[in-house]
Design a binder for this molecule. Structure first.
Ligand SMILES: Nc1ncnc2c1ncn2[C@@H]1O[C@H](COP(=O)(O)OP(=O)(O)OP(=O)(O)O)[C@@H](O)[C@H]1O
Ligand SMILES: [Mg+2]
Length: 235
């Protein structure tokens, strides 16, 4: 579905991604893992067209995304739920959802879409008129994902959805992510700090260190690999 092929990215003179390659297969959850500063967010921003690699290509459903505007990439079916949620704090839940729909062609179907995301995240329906800043951390993350779903993505990019949440909220959130994948058929590229947790829900994983892919494989293989056990799981 998504082919990242040898991308290199720099901020000014500082290169942070070095010839990075991996694929996301239709229907899967792929975990993109690695320590702080490894280049995970940079990878997601490159996919959605917020950053331009200076070499390499990114293809989605066979189409080269190079030079495409973010707005058009969203229309093709990719949505990014950014690190730190980035909600509009003083807008209501409903208004935040509407902000996620602006790339949808025409205005039609928006009410149906809102209904659909309320079915996925029922807690949001009860808080429809409430300002986003008054939601709990877990509810805010649900809203950020729900907003990302408003553009009807085929591929959802999630950047550290669990950050700042209690273990119970994280568990609920990950159940919701699995439902999105299994019931709604949405392919997911999941960036996570919690490697054990991510590999529990993901089909496969890619490990990035210092802007380079150092390991990739089925989640089961990764959990058993020496690198993951020693460096990430501490066992
Ligand atoms: N706008 C920027 N200008 C300059 N350097 C940047 C910028 N954004 C990120 N970097 C640098 O690029 C490298 C990769 O950052 P990135 O945010 O992609 O890492 P990450 O894997 O998402 O880390 P984290 O787990 O902490 O979110 C880091 O060294 C970071 O300091
Ligand atoms: Mg990041």
């Amino acid at each position: 579905m998504l082919e990242v092929e040898g991308i290199s990215v720099r901020y000014g003179n500082v290169q942070v991604l070095w010839d990075e390659s991996f694929d996301v297969r239709e229907g899967e959850i792929l975990a993109l893992l690695g320590p702080n500063g490894a280049g995970k967010t940079t990878t997601l921003k490159s996919i959605i067209g917020l950053l331009r690699p200076f070499s390499g290509t990114i293809r989605f459903l066979g189409r080269d995304l190079s030079g495409m505007r973010t707005f058009d990439i969203v229309r093709l079916g990719i949505s990014l739920v950014p690190e730190g949620r980035r909600l509009f704090p003083y807008l209501s839940v409903r208004e935040n959802l509407l902000m996620g729909a602006h790339a949808v062609k025409g205005g039609g179907g928006i009410e149906e879409r809102i209904e659909a995301v309320y079915r996925i995240f029922p807690a949001l329906r009860d808080r429809e008129g409430q300002m986003a800043c008054t939601l709990s951390g877990g509810e805010q993350q649900m809203l950020a994902i729900a907003r990302g779903l408003m553009s009807r993505p085929k591929l959802l990019l999630l950047d550290e959805p669990s950050s700042g949440l209690s273990p119970l909220m994280v568990q609920r959130l990950f159940e919701a992510i699995q439902r999105l994948n299994e019931e709604e058929g949405i392919t997911i590229l999941l960036v996570e700090q919690d490697v054990g947790l991510a590999l529990e829900v993901a089909d496969r994983g890619v490990i990035l260190e210092g802007g380079r892919v150092v390991l990739e494989g089925e989640s089961r293989e990764l959990i058993e690999s020496e690198l993951v056990r020693e460096a990430y799981l501490g066992i």
